[in-house]
Write a new protein. Structure first.
Length: 185
């Protein structure tokens, strides 16, 4: 019971911090991030930086969805959630769909370890060149001559998102292989 109460308090503090950060000017936000970096460890700072930068970039509707999701499932669930945003077609621009997903930072290391299980995971974690982007984004734009279909757009943007994630994993393996070739020359 005490742990659940502590988690709820942490979520409330995080959401209060997000509200304050959304209202900050750009300069005040930079100063806040410098202070935060000095007070926290590198891993925690990166996680908080990602959340706070994303919160600042969200429009009101996206922010409300973020708050609702965090209140229901906690902040860690947000990092592995796939979010699809839809921009309905208007006269100047065709329909556009964007999907993004968090939690892919160590996908490259996972792919390397599957192909080369003899490699030390700790060594891989220390080398940032083998990390993948944590936030993967895919965008689809409806062709001017086509009729915008939301369901088809969602299907295609998720397909592109999965291709991008898989491409990042393969890219990390290639970077590792090139690194090993250089070491043995």
């Amino acid at each position: 019971m005490a742990k659940a109460k502590k988690n709820q308090e942490n979520i409330e503090l995080l959401l209060q911090e997000c509200e304050v950060v959304r209202e900050m000017s750009e300069e005040a936000f930079r100063k806040y991030m410098r202070v935060l970096r000095a007070k926290t460890c590198e891993e925690e700072y990166e996680m908080q930086q990602k959340v706070l930068n994303d919160v600042r970039d969200m429009d009101d509707e996206q922010y409300e969805a973020f708050v609702e999701y965090v209140e229901e499932r906690g902040i860690l669930g947000w990092f592995t959630k796939t979010v699809i945003t839809v921009k309905e077609p208007d006269e100047e621009q065709n329909g556009m769909m964007t999907a993004f997903q968090y939690g892919h930072r160590f996908d490259g290391i996972d792919a390397i370890l599957k192909k080369y299980p003899w490699v030390c995971p700790q060594w891989l974690m220390e080398k940032r060149r083998f990390h993948c982007p944590d936030k993967v984004v895919a965008t689809m734009v409806c062709h001017p001559e086509d009729i915008f279909d939301k369901k088809e757009g969602e299907r295609l943007v998720l397909k592109r998102l999965n291709k991008t994630i898989e491409g990042n994993r393969k890219g990390a393996v290639k970077v590792f292989e090139q690194h090993m070739r250089k070491q043995f020359k």
